[in-house]
Design a protein around this ligand. Structure first.
Ligand SMILES: NC(=O)c1ccc[n+]([C@@H]2O[C@H](COP(=O)([O-])OP(=O)(O)OC[C@H]3O[C@@H](n4cnc5c(N)ncnc54)[C@H](O)[C@@H]3O)[C@@H](O)[C@H]2O)c1
Ligand SMILES: O=C(O)C[C@H](O)C(=O)O
Ligand SMILES: [Mn+2]
Length: 547
């Protein structure tokens, strides 16, 4: 094979495999390097789908799809486009969790990841440049993998979550896969199993914190800004002690967001707004128990707080609607070891008759009669039958969102919640759940996963060349997603179905871009927002390589 042919066939952004036309084969030096018959992309897609279906486990299906992704991005996304509901749980959560756990064992290809090492800060710029390989990068998903889903610290293995999130970006919103860069910040790991594993591929030392860590993050951001000045920076699955610190440091300076704090907060608020469409209730009448007051839990509280204030409550009144619970029970202002985010929502003991008793979720539910209960605790089964029945005894349509991922960590199963509440619960879950038939009604369960939000949000920010993301834009996007629920159907879900992911991601992108332009936060002039969104959209189709 000549060098040119080798270069094209091994470049997933250029490769078309058997779809190269006769003319292309002649002009590009590919003649004879492929079987004679020229396939269409639809034929390739059908063939690939049949292979996919022949795999017996979800992990095998994922490995097959990743191989296709490594070889030919266009074909991969053409296929995913046709099977988005089926593929989401395979390329993304929950199967991505299994691939992260077995990253070293399964490793064959870095999938374009930039591996940034805190041990080698002087190489960070080169690392990003090498991984981008001259591409015009507009979006980076970066993780240090200290808090992968609810599974804790997975060191360099976490690279897969960055790759998976980016796959969803392209499938949902249409970002060009050649314009994205997954980044793993390798700061070591405190996962002893990995440190003891002879196959482990990351830095083999305990996780680095403090000055050295933040200096590496600074260098990374500096290099990212220099090399990719038009890019959006998406932070994913950082640990509880770093996630908010990093977001607070950069959010007013560059186009950036933290998916676990903001993406999750937005999708949950959208779900609550969807639920309130169904019940015709007012958000100001709700009481929110947040079980698991970490990165996601406090991000959710912040987004709801913003909405309560936009609805007219003053700050102090609005905060009284929250009951943040963590390992210690209800969090009070004098609870030791509160995180910065928890301090903002910790309650005054004087507001409660029996503060010393509020050390468990069950006691809190009994005392406060919440109308909304959110689970971001990583504690499977924590929303038990007794507790849910107690909640349902005091509110007509309890909103219950067990959001911890992956599947095995969910606070409750949707089916049980329906049973325990006689079909009254309005539910959103972190992972996808099939429709449930209960007492003659078919219940659709919304997927309360930030994947419903971040693709549209990110795409809108990139298309509008946003300088920063602010509260106004976050709120606009929440309402865009929350307003899509068809409340008239019995058993309606609080969020739109993943089936419609591409449509509503485009809608969110347009709303986000409009908000940016309305606030004059765009860096480049934008005349027509819809057009700007349409112009950025990449379609998984082949284009001639010989023109
Ligand atoms: N569905 C979604 O879109 C979505 C988004 C983000 C996070 N999550 C899930 O939420 C969970 C938490 O993620 P995170 O990033 O906030 O992690 P985190 O570590 O920042 O927060 C988890 C919190 O739960 C608390 N916790 C642990 N055990 C507890 C117990 N027994 N009782 C009460 N609290 C307890 C921890 O102390 C911590 O504050 C994960 O499972 C993650 O997958 C879901
Ligand atoms: O990755 C997901 O499925 C959602 C979320 O970002 C999480 O950390 O659980
Ligand atoms: Mn996450």
């Amino acid at each position: 094979m000549n060098q040119h042919a080798d270069h094209i066939l091994n470049n997933p952004f250029l490769n078309k495999g058997t779809a190269f036309t006769k003319e292309e084969r002649q002009q590009l030096g590919l003649t004879g390097t492929l079987p004679a018959h020229v396939q269409t992309i639809d034929e390739q897609t059908d063939q690939a789908y049949a292979q996919f279906q022949s795999k017996t486990s979800d992990l095998e299906k994922r490995l097959f799809l990743m191989t296709l992704f490594n070889e030919n991005r266009t074909l991969f996304f053409h296929l995913m486009d046709e099977h988005v509901v089926e593929f989401m749980p395979i390329v993304y959560d929950p199967t991505v969790a299994d691939s992260i756990e077995q990253y070293s064992e399964l490793f064959t290809d870095p999938q374009g990841t930039a591996y940034v090492s805190v041990d080698d800060p002087d190489s960070i710029e080169d690392t990003l440049r090498n991984a981008a390989n001259g591409r015009d990068i507009r979006l980076l998903v970066v993780t240090d993998a200290e808090g992968i889903l609810g599974m804790g610290d997975w060191g360099v293995n976490g690279a897969d979550i960055a790759v998976g999130k980016l796959m969803v970006y392209t499938a949902a919103a249409g970002i060009d896969p050649a314009q994205v860069l997954p980044v793993s910040i390798d700061a070591g790991t405190n996962n002893q199993k990995l440190l003891d594993d002879p196959l482990y591929l990351g830095n083999r030392h305990e996780r680095v914190y403090g000055d050295k860590y933040y200096a590496a993050i600074d260098k990374f951001v500096e290099a990212e800004q220099k090399l990719f000045p038009k890019a959006l920076l998406h932070w994913e699955d950082f640990g509880r002690s770093n996630a908010k610190v990093i977001l607070d440091k950069y959010q007013d300076k560059l186009p950036t967001f933290n998916d676990d704090i903001q993406g999750t907060g937005m999708v949950v608020l959208a779900g609550i707004l969807g639920g309130l469409n169904i019940t015709n209730e007012d958000i100001k009448d709700q009481k929110f128990v947040i079980f698991g007051s970490g990165t996601a839990g406090m991000g959710i509280a912040s987004q709801i707080l913003d909405e309560l204030k936009r609805s007219g409550l003053d700050d102090a009144d609005a905060r009284k609607h929250f009951y943040p619970v963590d390992k210690q029970g209800l969090l009070f202002t004098d609870t030791p070891d509160l995180t910065a985010a928890q301090k903002e929502f910790a309650r005054d003991r004087a507001d409660f008759d029996n503060p010393d008793d509020l050390t468990t979720l069950a006691a809190v539910v009994k005392a406060v009669h919440p109308t909304v209960m959110i689970g971001t605790s990583t504690q499977p089964g924590a929303f038990s039958e007794d507790l849910v029945k107690d909640m349902a005894a005091h509110t007509e349509r309890p909103m219950i969102f067990p959001l911890s991922n992956p599947t095995k960590l969910a606070e409750a199963k949707a089916e049980d919640l329906l049973k325990w509440t006689d079909g009254k619960a309005l539910i959103a879950t972190g992972i996808p759940v099939k429709d449930i038939d209960y007492n003659g009604t078919t219940y659709h369960i919304g997927q309360g996963n930030n994947a419903l939000m971040y693709p549209g949000l990110g795409f809108g920010l990139i298309a509008s060349t946003a300088k920063v993301l602010n509260g106004e834009t976050l709120s606009a996007a929440c309402h865009a997603l929350g307003g899509l629920v068809d409340a008239s159907q019995p058993g309606a879900a609080v969020l739109p179905p993943v089936d419609d992911l591409t449509d509503f991601s485009q809608h969110i992108a347009e709303v986000v871009a409009q908000s940016v332009v309305d606030q004059k936060l765009n860096q480049e002039p934008i005349e027509d927002v819809k057009q700007a969104v349409a112009d950025l959209k990449w379609m998984p189709e082949y284009h001639s390589l010989t023109d």
